[in-house]
Write a protein that binds this ligand. Sequence first.
Ligand SMILES: NC(=O)c1ccc[n+]([C@@H]2O[C@H](COP(=O)([O-])OP(=O)(O)OC[C@H]3O[C@@H](n4cnc5c(N)ncnc54)[C@H](O)[C@@H]3O)[C@@H](O)[C@H]2O)c1
Length: 689
Amino acid sequence: MHNNVEISKAMSIKLDSIFEELPKIPKFVEGIRRAPKRDFKLNKEETILALKNALRYIPEKWHTELAPEFLEELFTRGRIYGYRFRPEEKIKGRPINEYKGKCIEGKAFQVMIENNLDFYVALYPYELVTYGETGQVCQNWMQYRLIKKYLEEITEEQTLVVASGHPLGLFNAPTAAPRVIITNAMMVGIFDDQENWHRAIALGVANYGQMTAGGWMYIGPQGIVHGTYSTILNAGRSVLGIPAEKDLSGHLFLTSGLGGMSGAQGKAVEIANGVGIIAEVDPSRIKTRHEQGWISKVVENPEEAFSIAEEYKKKGEAISIAFYGNIVDLLEYAVENNNVIDLLSDQTSCHAVYDGGYCPQGLSFDERTEMLNNNSIEFKKRVDESLRRHFELIKILVDRGVYFFDYGNSFMKAVFDAGVIEICRNGKDPLDGFIFPSYVEDIMGPVFFDYGYGPFRWVCLSGRSEDLSKTDKAAMDCIDPEKRFQDRDNYIWIRDADKNKLVVGTQARILYQDGMGRMNIALKFNEMVREGEIGPIMLGRDHHDTGGADSPFRETSNIKDGSNIMADMAIQCFAGDAARGMSLVAIHNGGGVGIGKAIDCGFGLVLDGSERVDRIIRTSIPWDVMGGVARRAWARNENSIETAIKYNDERKGVDHITLPYIPKEGLVEDLVDKKFEDDFTHHRDTPDE
Ligand SMILES: NC(=O)c1ccc[n+]([C@@H]2O[C@H](COP(=O)([O-])OP(=O)(O)OC[C@H]3O[C@@H](n4cnc5c(N)ncnc54)[C@H](O)[C@@H]3O)[C@@H](O)[C@H]2O)c1
């Protein structure tokens, strides 16, 4: 067996080269949100394994001091976070030139990681959670320290491999290869379930990357404002009869959640000129959004919420109202008092209902945390009861004509798991989806993803707001508002983006664009970098996109050829992005819906102004989007077929998409009907043996 002296000598990047002495435990700042204790069910042998796993990062001289500390963390927090290695100073995405590094990508990804962990941006910064209750940059602070060091050391001829938060090492690679490849929680099929997942994460061998948390591409709640704005606007257009050129004026959107992504709802409803009531149980989230100006009014009783909403509806003016309380209580009130609601949704973290993502009716936020810490069995019971009541109330409202849609938070799956079989469309299991539409199935899918429109984004790595204004203007000039109504909405979005004060954290922007739109904007930005008009740019997207996520309860809920249970698209997208030279590629299990329910991927591309990057943009960006459109077209999605036909024409000799032949209406149905009838007759006529 090798001894630790040999092992230490064999490494130049290690915690003992970062710290001469064991660092002191940094102070926890009062008022910073902390993750609740995570479910801890390891037995004695597994606990030993978890400790040995964590100590792999720690030089032997510190083992006796840190082993009991890690054990304590495991018992009190359900995980080993290695708090001792958290930097004492404030983490924040700083201008790129303030970082050490041997290549631009190495420095650029430090900006991204630190923005994901900024106190002002991250949900639970001490536990490395960026958003979505459980979405982490990496598992623990030892990994964070090593990743940072690797990014300082990485050259243009190396790739950093990060497996579920663990930096496996630097490996020689061509300049054209990605600098960082990330995988998160890619569990083997038969073990890809909740029980094994909880075991793996407590053992310290898995990380929940969500989407842009573990993909280091989070840009604060702005990242979701544009999608939310488009979703509610188009929900209004399709179910409330609002014309394409009009907004949500005079209409009420009622929902819940003011957290990481859900926090975008207040801002989005105001940009769409509607009225919003958003229930939130955690006062600290309300405070954050109110201080940011993303919520205009805070109330504590439902009556006041509805009366203000009525007043603003009548005036046709926009307002976002936070209701401090449980969404189920708010719905109880609306049902009892016959309040008019136009659009209804929910954005509690139902992908992690039993981990604290959903606060049951009857418990305050603090009581929820306490019960979660001390009695997880009772907590689960209360969550299930609350979800069942939540469902009943929605059903009553829907029967009265309210349009409810699932906001991709696994709400309907959680209701099903709580024992409500009638939520399934086929009355028995979720294979054919649920009785209420999901926002992707009805809106995002057909109106955006099928055309290739998705959440393209960029970060001005210089940290200068002037750079952001210049890129906003340049992006706007690339959009033809007359092309489609989606382009007009996108044009208005980017025109008003600065005015809407969307930046939280780094100087970043989200802009929905289709494949060619994204490529043209990226080429323009790279040219601006080349000409010294702006500093370098990080380009990326949410995984929640046309080709980025195989997620039958969300992104691929409008895929109806049976392939909604396949994950080929996301894996091809990830591999294709890597092959074409994106600077970072990431692939995760779980996304925003929970482990085993999705495979999702993303990328980061550093625009350094070079012609090399121009070539990467020309091949990788169209692939990243059109791979998804091609799959959607193959699934016979009308709008994707239209987009692919046009693409095949425009890109003759460059790209080529296989398109599906469609049998005449009734041909297959009649044939199969007849066959089944004959077979039935045949079986009936055949005497029993
Ligand atoms: N915004 C989007 O476009 C989008 C897209 C896809 C999925 N989602 C999903 O939406 C969910 C929310 O994401 P997030 O990042 O905001 O998570 P989050 O955990 O940061 O926020 C959820 C918020 O809901 C609040 N909450 C929980 N139970 C409540 C209850 N019963 N009543 C009122 N408030 C309650 C919590 O206190 C929390 O602030 C996730 O499941 C995510 O995957 C959002």
